[in-house]
Design a protein around this ligand. Structure first.
Ligand code: FPP
Length: 245
């Protein structure tokens, strides 16, 4: 059921989310940080469902940044176990609902069991067409851009691109997000107002929606609020208001 506040003809095709506030939410309950992450999985499930129902075609979630390796070992191990368990528990539902799972970031550096469950889920869901769920894992945008530059340097060396002829599309095709349209909407939870090394290139024209809600409490109504906020913006892409009419 679509909300009355939403215009179904103006749904962003790609929404990216910085899921933040798991630790603070858990602390406020007198629990440890992993309790916050575990509860965040329900928010992932509900947000994916809401996005699919509204007709969003790509949903990118910042699940583990390259900077997150600096966290306590027990938290990192807990997060990785949660990821494997979540994929195991949700795979049937992803298949029933036409969800294609892909990843961005260097997943080769994750623990072996994570790599295997991700690869299995990606393979089993690769032909699904309803919505693409993109998990950013061991991801940071600067790292992604550097890896893309190295790929381009290799192409120049091989004579596929002339030096001085690198175009925007070459870089876009070398990024982990190749063939994915740029996000039109970025949501960040927990009252933080930063981009935190997430999709720096791809967010060039994205609308930003910040909410104070901690990620474990993020529900369908909050997602709908973010879409309504997006729909209230005038997207000018550098033009004047008058040029748009
Ligand atoms: C940020 O909160 C959250 C993370 C770094 C991890 C997000 C992971 C999940 C929601 C669970 C697993 C995900 C999937 C896709 C199954 P924080 O720990 O930085 O919170 P804080 O800022 O309050 O400390």
């Amino acid at each position: 059921m679509l909300s009355k506040t939403i215009d179904p003809t103006n749904i962003p095709s790609h929404v990216a989310i910085i899921m933040d506030g798991n630790g603070r939410w858990a602390k406020a309950q007198g629990e440890d940080r992993l309790y916050g992450h575990s509860n965040g999985v329900a928010s992932v499930r509900e947000t994916l469902k809401a996005a699919r129902e509204l007709g969003v075609k790509y949903l990118t979630l910042y699940a583990f940044s390259t900077e997150n390796w600096a966290r306590p070992k027990s938290e990192i191990e807990g997060l990785m176990q949660l990821l494997v368990a979540s994929i195991h528990n949700e795979l049937d539902s992803l298949c029933e609902n036409g969800v294609r799972l892909v990843t961005i970031g260097e997943i080769e550096k994750l623990p072996q069991d994570c790599i295997e469950s991700l690869n299995e889920a990606k393979d089993k869901t690769k032909n699904h067409k309803e919505i693409t769920l993109i998990l950013a894992l061991n991801y940071s945008s600067r790292d992604e851009i550097i890896r893309a530059c190295n790929r381009l340097a290799e192409q120049v060396l091989q004579g596929n691109i002339a030096p001085g002829e690198i175009q925007q599309r070459h870089l876009e095709e070398a990024l982990d997000t190749a063939h994915v349209p740029d996000p039109e909407l970025l949501i960040r939870t927990s009252g933080e107002y930063r981009v935190s090394n997430f999709l720096l290139w791809q967010l060039a024209y994205a609308e930003m929606h910040f909410t104070k809600v901690f990620w474990p409490e993020f529900r369908k109504q909050h997602f709908i609020e973010a879409i309504a906020d997006f729909q209230s913006r005038e997207r000018r892409f550098g033009k004047t208001s008058e040029q748009l009419t």
